[in-house]
Design a protein around this ligand. Structure first.
Ligand SMILES: [Zn+2]
Length: 377
């Protein structure tokens, strides 16, 4: 089955390449904003927006008007128009908000270019990108399949990355004849019906503490600069700390992503059927008390990874109703013991006297209910 897969690599552009990357990001942003303004204008006047083609046809004259647009990768500019048209299409399908003007002050800047005639190529220590030529990069893994596009990104910490999107042929994974239930938790990230509790790895929480400390330091430096009447853009200590915080933040995020990737792949590899609750993550985030931990452990990212990996490798992800009383039932005899407040971590079934760990019992029930709905379909 052919699927789209993204490969992210760190790149190390030289000074000249950095300048050209900044210019390309600027041009892509300029073109996006230019046509966004035109689009809004047309909508105001005629009650109808523009199309990709009508914008794209105006590009040559735009380039004559603004000479500097010719200095950068022309496909990146074209992609920017495509990106605008796509965001409008998604907006009309009610999938996202209306596109907004892009700001040069946005801490993450990027541009995308498409593959044509070998303009993107990967070698052992270098990657070839249009106009930029060969850039040093850290090839941490092989890109399989056909390259479709490349997105160059600059993070707030000043690091550069490239995301290669490729069409990859994926072989289904071997069948294991095994099923598992997962209960997502706060203290433990995932509780499995086989009795395992998976921590939201300790390294991350240590890093997060450090991040909080550095963020407080950043706030202090901002206050001090303001008290001394120094503009924040000129405040050297503040700017230095800002980069430090951004770097730490990126590290925490990437650690967490690694954890979620590994866990979801392991689960998919060793089971044919994975059962979990259909979580109302949006509803949960409205509950302020739970919100921070939920955002922290990234449940929604995890579910999304399980979803696409199940599809890729021909496995089954079953979501059971969030109203199913997984924490009220005894997984041993089926006795319904009623609601249990969150502090109750263990209980004994009054009917069969089985002693339960709250979360493991819930994940066993999730598994049983998942398998039941699967055979009913
Ligand atoms: Zn029981």
């Amino acid at each position: 089955m052919p699927v789209h897969k993204a490969y992210k690599f760190r790149i190390y552009p030289n000074k000249e390449q950095e300048i050209l990357i900044a210019k390309t990001m600027g041009c892509a942003r300029f073109v996006f904003n230019h046509f966004l303004a035109k689009w809004r204008e047309a909508y105001k006047e005629k009650g109808k927006g523009l199309t990709y083609h009508s914008c794209s046809n105006q590009l040559p004259s735009l380039k004559r008007e603004y000479d500097w647009l010719k200095e950068v990768d022309s496909i990146a500019i074209q992609s920017s128009v495509r990106n605008l048209a796509d965001s409008f299409a998604r907006f009309f399908k009610k999938q996202n908000k209306a596109p907004q003007f892009k700001s040069k002050n946005n801490p993450v800047q990027s541009y995308t270019t498409k593959f044509t005639n070998g303009n993107i190529a990967l070698f052992d220590q270098h990657i070839k990108l249009p106009k930029l030529g060969l850039i040093k990069f850290a090839k941490s893994r092989e890109v399989g399949g056909r390259v479709l596009s490349a997105t160059v990104r600059r993070n707030p910490s000043g690091k550069y990355f490239v995301s290669i999107l490729a069409e990859v042929e994926i072989e289904p994974m071997e069948k294991t004849e095994k099923a598992i239930g997962i209960d997502l938790g706060i203290t433990d990230f995932a509780i499995l019906s086989d009795g395992r509790k998976l921590d939201n790895n300790k390294f991350t929480s240590k890093m997060e503490k450090k991040l909080k400390r550095e963020q407080r330091k950043l706030a202090r430096r901002a206050r001090r600069a303001i008290e001394n009447g120094v503009d924040l853009l000129e405040a050297k200590n503040y700017q230095k700390q800002k980069v430090k915080v951004a770097r730490l933040h990126e590290k925490v995020m990437s650690q967490r992503d690694d954890f979620l990737n590994k866990l979801s792949t392991d689960l998919i590899k060793s089971h044919d059927v994975i059962c979990m609750e259909d979580l109302n993550i949006k509803g949960m985030l409205r509950n302020k008390k739970l919100a921070k931990s939920i955002a922290d452990v990234s449940w929604s990212a995890f579910v999304a990874k399980l979803e696409y990996k199940a599809k890729w490798y021909h496995k089954t992800l079953v979501k059971i109703s969030r109203w199913y009383p997984s924490s009220q039932l005894c997984s041993n005899c089926g006795h319904r013991d009623g609601r249990k407040s969150l502090e109750i971590r263990e209980w004994k079934c009054p009917a069969c006297h089985e002693h339960h760990d709250r979360d493991i019992n819930a994940s066993k029930n999730i598994l049983a209910e998942g398998l039941r709905t699967l055979t009913c379909d």
